[in-house]
Write a protein that binds this ligand. Sequence first.
Ligand code: PHE
Length: 511
Amino acid sequence: MMIKLRKQVIEILKVLKKKKTEQLASTLAKELSIDYIVLMAAINDLIDHDLGGFREEEINQILLNDEGRFYLENGLPENQLLKLMMENDVKEINMEELLTKSKLDQQIFYVGLSNMRKNGWIAQSKASGENMVFLVTEDFQETESEKFIKTFKTSPTRDYSKLSKNELRQFNLLNKRKLFTKEKKTQRYVFLTSKGKTIKMSEVSELKHISKITPEMLSSGTWKNYDIKPFDVTKPGPSLKAGKIHPLIRLINEIREVFISMGFTEIRGPIVESAFFNFDALFQPQDHPARELQDTFYLERPKFAKLPEKDRVLAVKATHENGGDSNSLGWRYQWNEKIAKQTVLRTHTTSTTMRYLAQFYRNKDKVPVKVFCIDRVFRNEKLDKSHLAEFTQIEGIVIDDNVNLSDLIGLLSEFYKKMGFKKIITRPGFFPYTEPSMEVSVYYDKLGEWLEIGGSGIFRPEVTYPWGIKNPTRVLAWGQGLERIAMLYYDRKDIRDLYINPIKWLRQQPY
Ligand code: PHE
């Protein structure tokens, strides 16, 4: 049977057939001018067809260290000293003078000097009172040490076990002078199996890989002549750096889906809002601390907003002053229209909910009604890793006859379940515009913790009566911040990341 191999593998098979003996992979790769990895990939192909193989051998290799390499370039210190004396035609010299002239480090100088003596090149004498160095021969053969060190010019590393007896002696001498490092290395030898050795080249044909079949290949039938490149579907593809939807927008869209799947309709409202809809319509007295400047951004231009229908403004005024027709005593103070006209950046989406109630009244809409709002709100907060001055709120309301707290808890359970939180817990809370009010906490599996996530309640009569929503028709409402949830979803420790957009994090997001 024909064996199909890549062109390059065939070439390597031919080479190995010619060589007959096993080959050191690194040397063979160099000889063939191919990458070591390419060679080993080819050997693997041969292994797949039982034609070849490789074995590993651990060797101790020796190589010159920095100092050794310096001497390879410039000569051993004894040779440097000799060269200095010869070039200057010096037969005898004061040792100190030689040291200065040599510019060698003192310790290296002494090593050089002592080796000159050992080589029989010099003698030293203090007979004259000076420490003198004399050249005692004119015949300077290349030393064994020099010869040995020079062998590293052609191959920077050598196999320790392959050193000759004499080389070993030289190595030990120079190694004492700390000119070498020793390294363990695994070497691979590649070879042909007996099948590889005996197979005829006529039994091998070239594998022609293609990765695509064209319509022409199909109609002409030529696709049969090719080998279709197998794809490894477990390997990750190249990473794409294309544009994608921002994680916050993606989360908002998911939450929209949750509301819409529960039959809610989206409402929007202005960012620049009147204090009337942001506070007054919500039965927040005009001296309420939340209205103070540290929380609310009041605007200079435009300074005042238009109020809705006069009679509705009067109805809201009445709830503040005496409860109006809501059966409440109100806050019992003189309500000031000018304060209600002030413009603010809305501090919550509940202002948009109130605008919706005004429209509901105007349009004489029928219950039940289910609307939601996901939008930007503003509070004068100091920024830190868990606070933003500009963030997003999610809010939903249901207007219907005879709805009560159980309906609200049911609604919240359903909503948070769809958001991925299986368990919720509600506790008494306070908002100026709901009674009763509840804080909502959800159980977050990943942390094994309860997290306080939002507020909810039934709008007070003072809030709904001005808009014709009267007992037993009620408004169930709940609201919360988006970014806290985003931090959980995306596992961000710093809320600011959601707007600063660390590029690494964005790149990790799915498309
Ligand atoms: N508006 C409240 C807030 O900003 C949340 C809320 C909405 C509470 C609706 C009760 C009802 O925190």
